[in-house]
Design a protein. Sequence first.
Lengths: 114, 112
Amino acid sequence: QQQVKQSPQSLIVQKGGISIINCAYENTAFDYFPWYQQFPGKGPALLIAIRPDVSEKKEGRFTISFNKSAKQFSLHIMDSQPGDSATYFCAAQRTGGSNYKLTFGKGTLLTVNP
Amino acid sequence: ETGVTQTPRHLVMGMTNKKSLKCEQHLGHNAMYWYKQSAKKPLELMFVYNFKEQTENNSVPSRFSPECPNSSHLFLHLHTLQPEDSALYLCASSHVQVYEQYFGPGTRLTVT
């Protein structure tokens, strides 16, 4: 059972365009939703994260939109640049308990053409 | 060294070999994690250690054996692996009370 569904699998955007990646989750106990960025040969790096008490969070060109009732959240990359080309993973986490287990989506390979 | 380091970065081993992966975090964290990243599959959590104590074993086969001698070091001992175990193995760390996890660059494992 895949608890976090991510789409699309791959995305090609022109420089300056908007990249949008969507995720949906099933477990209503999740209360922390990070996005990770992974370049080839590197481990995932935390990009931006949101808690369900807000509907949007913006950091520079990156924005998370969160819809609690629909159990969906998305990453928007404004003014996409070739340097943004990477694999993006959404994740969900239940922060109570003795460990902070991240459940990941399958990833989206973003290519930004110059 | 800064952040989370992993050695070796690449490993090729036969099915009858025994090898170990090493992870070291330089962030003062007290929780460490092993993840498996395979092509076309989500990142899979394997093990979690909080303050050197294992708190999660995500139904991982016994041919993978973790060891956490202290809060800064984490090992994954490998023996009699299968070709389907070929993957990128990622180590991560965090503070127990803080959500953000920091990943190392991974070890690319190929089982022949």
